[in-house]
Design a protein around this ligand. Structure first.
Ligand SMILES: Nc1ncnc2c1ncn2[C@@H]1O[C@H](COP(=O)(O)OP(=O)(O)OP(=O)(O)O)[C@@H](O)[C@H]1O
Ligand SMILES: [Mg+2]
Length: 472
């Protein structure tokens, strides 16, 4: 990161301060490979004036200046532009002078006449230091704004999202949150509620994928007494329970057609009828819906009503996938390491640069949820207070990609020229898909080309149990 800094891309801005034009010329020659921009001055006051705004990454500073003592110039620059590195290049060849310069904050001390290689080394090291310093500064300044309503992130995408949420929170407009699985859509929905005027009213969530189609309307709209066999008493649905607050319809793309029509009516009239009733009940709910499907594609494919789509997407929000905002990875790692260490009751481990590099390079098909799981698992049984590459799964380390897509039983059967019962193949294939996306149901359903409800039923039929983190 910071280290491949200036030499390769030559972006450094450097100020040369020396009253000797020949020295300036030879310093400039040494800088050629590092600097994008070089300025020269011959006096201390000019140097201070130019450098104190923090415009330069590096100052090459002579001590014997005509107007001011170089050490004084150094102090002034350092007090006003802490991240600017200063390499003193001086004819004062004494230990005392070097010590004084270093104490005043210089990164290095090179004696004149200088050996170009020695100066280049000093420049390279100083630029690295200043790049690191800037990075720390950036991170620190991002710290204040690095999380919003529980959402960690400092990428432009996340900042924009936070700004939209703030704006939206003031209204009661219907919001449609789209984005891949695990990007944080639930968190966004929660934030819209928590930041808004409805925050003290209920936030009621309905997962449209987890409830079988034949039960969803009862869940949403409730029923009157004796609406169906077994309905001994009337029961309000989630829409009524959310009155005054927010109704969060998660996985809205899974809603079956008849239910879509009822939802549309709610959005149009803000009224509902319980099952088995003819009373129309007025409700004041803000609807926030989420889906990891591309809803417009669902509309085009005839699986989702277009009129409902337009009603829902009054205010569309898109949460970008993690691989499109890698700047957030380090912050998220930090966040999850701290949380996992607390949960495990262990001291917070140091993440090694190699491990962090691998975490940043990986593509995260399961997005933030996958990252969270990887960190949580890495911390289990971790020793030595270091989270190193070896604590990460092979896929993240970069070794994967070649694993078989064939379920083991099928592979064996194929090798033995045997045909397996379809049921068995299906079970294994479902298991394989779940394993592939680390237990993420939406993702597995997407890969298998079936709805989540269908997947739930298959899990039940085959007695496949989910690991705890996948059930959420
Ligand atoms: N920006 C973030 N900061 C901190 N934690 C996050 C962030 N984004 C997501 N998470 C965490 O990642 C996990 C997955 O997030 P969430 O459940 O909101 O994803 P989702 O987009 O709703 O996924 P799905 O489509 O599968 O329902 C949660 O544990 C959540 O707390
Ligand atoms: Mg979700």
């Amino acid at each position: 990161m910071a280290e491949d800094g200036q030499e390769g891309c030559g972006r450094a801005r450097v100020l040369i301060v020396d009253d000797d034009a020949d020295v300036r010329l030879s310093e400039r020659a040494c800088l050629r490979r590092f600097a994008a921009e070089v300025e020269e001055v011959a006096a201390g006051k000019e140097a201070i004036a130019l450098a104190s705004g923090g415009r330069f990454d590096l100052v090459l500073l002579d001590l014997g200046l005509p107007d001011l003592d170089g050490i004084e110039v150094l102090r002034r620059i350092k007090s006003q532009a802490q991240q600017t590195a200063v390499v003193v290049v001086s004819g004062r060849d004494s230990i005392e002078a070097a010590v004084e310069a270093m104490r005043a904050g210089a990164e290095d001390f090179v004696t004149k006449p200088f050996d170009p290689a020695r100066l280049r080394t000093a420049v390279r090291n100083a630029l690295r230091l200043s790049a690191l310093g800037r990075r720390v500064e950036q991170l620190e300044s991002a710290l204040g704004a690095r999380s919003f309503a529980g959402m960690v992130g400092c990428s432009p995408g996340m900042r924009q999202l936070a700004a939209s949420i703030r704006k939206l929170a003031r209204s009661s407009a219907t919001v449609l949150i789209q984005g891949e699985t695990g990007v944080g859509k639930d968190l966004v929905a929660r934030a819209i509620h928590d930041e808004g005027v409805r925050r003290s009213a209920p936030f009621v969530e309905v997962n449209c994928a987890a409830i079988p189609p034949e039960l969803i309307e009862n869940e949403l709209f409730g029923h009157e007494r004796e609406a169906f066999t077994g309905a001994e008493r009337a029961r309000p649905g989630k829409v009524e329970l959310a009155d005054g607050g927010t109704l969060f319809l998660d996985e809205v793309g899974e809603l079956a057609f008849p239910s879509q029509a009822k939802l549309l009516r709610l959005l149009q009239n803000r009224r509902i009828e319980r099952l088995g009733g003819n009373r129309s009940i007025s409700v004041d709910v803000r609807v926030v819906a989420a889906t990891n499907r591309n809803l417009l594609e669902e509309v085009r494919a005839g699986r989702f009503r277009d009129d409902l789509y337009y009603r829902l997407s009054v205010y569309p929000l898109y949460v970008p996938p993690l691989r499109k905002r890698r700047e957030d990875i380090a912050l998220l790692v930090d966040h999850f390491v701290a949380a996992a260490a607390k949960a495990e009751g262990v001291e917070r481990p140091q993440v090694t640069p190699e491990a962090l590099a691998a975490l940043r390079a990986y593509d995260w098909p399961g997005n933030v949820r996958e990252l969270e799981n990887v960190i949580r698992r890495a911390l289990i049984g971790l020793e030595g207070g270091r989270l190193d590459l070896s604590a990460l799964p092979e896929s993240v380390r970069g070794g994967a990609g070649s694993a078989s897509l064939m379920p083991p039983a099928l592979e064996k059967a194929a090798a033995g020229g045997r045909i397996l019962p379809l049921r068995e193949v299906e079970r294994e294939y479902v298991e394989l898909a779940l394993e592939r996306c680390r237990g993420n149901l939406s993702e597995a359903a997407r890969m298998l080309g079936i709805g989540r409800t269908t997947l739930y039923r298959k899990l039940e039929r085959y007695g496949i149990s989910l690991r705890p983190e996948a059930a959420s």
